[in-house]
Design a protein around this ligand. Structure first.
Ligand code: HEM
Ligand code: CU
Length: 593
């Protein structure tokens, strides 16, 4: 920040500068989190609507069915076009407006500067710009539901030629994506610079909390993966608006009519550019989640993470490999056996670092005196759920098996295990874990457990049957859930189980919402370090003031010095100068930045 004397100037800041156009990483982190949670809820609601149609195809949706209008749900019955809009927007919103903004924008912004002992992000104004770019992108996406022809309906993958000739909503989708990409790129540069430049003295790379490593690698994935998609998005916009044919092949006939395009373009080119980002993107969803789980596991087993260094090296290797596996999404495009073999091999190799990280986390539990609090329950549930997600991915990475599994519900089941019961549970763990830092109060354990158990059960009720349906050959993106197909009949009843589980999952979130708001005022007040944790964010006051730390923190040791033999307490914080001594807080002397 360029402001001098900001110690006095922030007292005069208006409401707008302080809470809306703030440059403080904590406020921005909270803005990101709340925006993302709202979008997650919205994206989830779209799916709740779709689940009605899947469970009861072509039956009018009771009570609220009439609200959607004749163009979407005449007489309360969902039109196929509207189903496609809901599906495409569900995917887009959950990934780009829900999980990424929460995992990176929210947790990354709030936690990373605190964990590395920095007063703020390196570029506070850029940080604000990246939040507002996300916000604009979100509003744009949301508005697309109200243009003629409705929202985008070519899936979250936006494959041409369909997307090139789809109604106007697709154009809005592309514009929205351009904003979202700008947001992520600005954020990525900010994270990399912050982590490299603003570390507290003594915080060497191998003393980083695993969460910081996860955000660091994630930022590189965003920075390197998004520019090709940005370019591709502009090409697709030009195809739609300027008469180019980047992705339109020659001789395309739609509904019996040859379409007026020069042709000569390649739809497959889009798939390459899209997946070059979108495969790393799945690691953008998962790495911060792994980072959160690592923090919570170390804290609640009261042990150092087992194999910390191999986890870090795995993370780096995984980040690198994630850029050379993308065409495993394209085995059936006819790319030939040599290319298939290459991508199948890299895909098998990339599973190794994930297995190492997961194994280290599981071994870390061994012999720990585990505290089963709410964050820990969510973190523990992440482990097997992510395991199922990862393992079910292996057959998809093998070209021969994928010929059968491609575009079935098996794929939907697989990646949801990674992103929903996997990542989402980890994000909840993070919210329960860092809420006391952000607010000075703990969330209710009782409501937390009421939230956890049904969520865990319903999640599996939603996603396990998808794997079974997929193995029976039921296709994804079917607006009747397979009802028209003979081979789907034996597994059709599962649609109802999945839908009721999804609605149950929605009801369960009421416990979370109530807890979140109730605890703001009524939650148990906590100390600065309620979980008796070791990493630097816990040395700051809760909630941390502008500038974060009362005195400049310093890192004296590794991040997870729990149960050190001979030490009087079972935790020896990274920020505490010597064995036996308490961290020196309460000093005057503001940190400057
Ligand atoms: C937990 C509640 C969720 C439920 C009940 C749910 C359900 C579904 C279903 C049934 C489909 C398939 C639609 C079809 O093929 O017609 C789908 C697609 C999808 N979902 Fe979810 N989902 C959930 C959460 C998430 C999350 C957390 C993410 C991402 C972070 C996500 C990302 C996607 C994507 C990318 C697609 C593919 C959309 C497309 O085909 O273009 N979902 N979801
Ligand atoms: Cu992939």
């Amino acid at each position: 920040m360029a402001d001098s004397a900001h110690g006095t100037h922030h007292a005069e800041m208006s409401f707008w500068r302080r809470y809306v156009f703030s440059t403080d990483h904590k406020v921005i982190g909270i803005q990101y989190s709340i925006t993302a949670l709202v979008f997650l809820f919205f994206g989830f609601s779209l799916m709740l609507l779709m689940r009605w149609q899947l469970a009861y195809p072509d039956q009018p949706l009771p009570i609220i069915g009439g609200l959607f209008g004749e163009l979407r749900m005449p007489g309360g019955v969902m039109l196929p076009d509207f189903y496609n809009q809901l599906g495409a927007m569900h995917g887009t919103i959950m990934v780009f407006l829900g999980v990424v903004p929460l995992a990176v924008g929210g947790f990354g912004n709030f936690v990373v500067p605190l964990q590395i002992g920095a007063p703020d992000m390196a570029f506070p104004r850029l940080n604000m710009a990246s939040y507002w770019a996300l916000f604009l992108g979100g509003v744009t996406m949301f508005a697309s539901f109200f243009v003629p022809g409705g929202a985008a309906q070519s899936g979250w993958t936006s494959y041409p030629p369909l997307s090139d000739i789809a109604p106007m909503g697709q154009t809005i989708w592309l514009v929205g994506m351009l904003f979202l990409i700008v947001s992520s790129l600005l954020g990525a540069i900010n994270f990399i610079t912050t982590i490299l430049q603003l570390r507290a003295p003594g915080l060497t790379f191998m003393r980083f909390p695993f969460f910081v490593w996860a955000q660091f690698v994630t930022a590189f994935l965003l920075l390197l993966g998004f520019p090709p998609l940005q370019a591709a998005g502009i090409f697709q916009l030009m195809d739609r608006l300027a008469g180019t044919s980047f992705f339109l092949p020659s001789g395309l006939v739609v509904s019996g009519q040859p379409i007026a395009a020069t042709g000569g373009g390649s739809p497959i080119l889009w798939q390459h550019l899209f997946w070059f980002l979108a495969h790393p993107e799945v690691y953008v969803l998962i790495l911060p989640a792994m980072g959160i789980v690592a923090e919570v596991v170390a804290n609640n087993t009261r042990k150092p993470l087992w194999g910390y260094k191999s986890m870090v090296y795995s993370l780096l290797f995984l980040g690198f490999m994630s850029f050379i596996v993308w065409a495993h999404h394209m085995f059936i495009t006819g790319m030939g056996t040599a290319m298939s073999s290459f991508f199948q091999t890299t895909t098998m190799i990339i599973s190794i670092p994930s297995v190492i990280i997961l194994s280290c986390l599981i071994i870390s539990l061994w012999g720990g005196s585990i505290r089963f609090n709410t964050p820990m329950l969510f973190a523990l549930a992440f482990l097997p759920m992510f395991g199922i997600g990862g393992l079910t991915g292996l057959p998809l990475g093998l070209a021969t098996a994928d010929i059968h599994l491609h575009d079935t519900y098996y794929v939907i089941g697989h990646f949801h295990y990674v992103v929903a019961p996997g990542t989402i549970l980890a994000l909840f763990a993070g919210i329960y874990y860092w809420y006391p830092k952000a607010t000075g109060r703990k969330m209710s354990e009782f409501l937390g457990k009421l939230h956890f158990w049904p969520s865990f059960i319903f999640m599996n009720g939603v996603f396990l049957p998808m794997l079974i349906q997929g193995l029976h050959g039921v296709q994804r993106r079917l607006y009747d859930g397979g009802a028209a197909y003979a081979h789907a009949q034996p597994v059709l009843h599962l649609n109802k189980i999945m839908s009721y589980s999804a609605w149950g999952l929605a009801l369960t979130q009421v416990f979370f919402i109530v807890n979140f708001f109730w605890s703001l005022r009524k939650g148990e007040k906590t100390s600065d370090n309620p979980w008796e944790a070791t990493t630097i964010e816990w040395s700051a006051p809760s909630p941390p003031p502008h500038g974060n730390f009362v005195s400049m923190p310093q890192a004296y040791r590794g991040p997870y010095e729990y149960s050190v033999p001979g030490h009087p307490t079972d935790f020896l914080p990274q920020f505490s100068p010597g064995a036996g001594e308490k961290a020196k807080t309460g000093q005057a002397g503001k940190t400057s930045h």
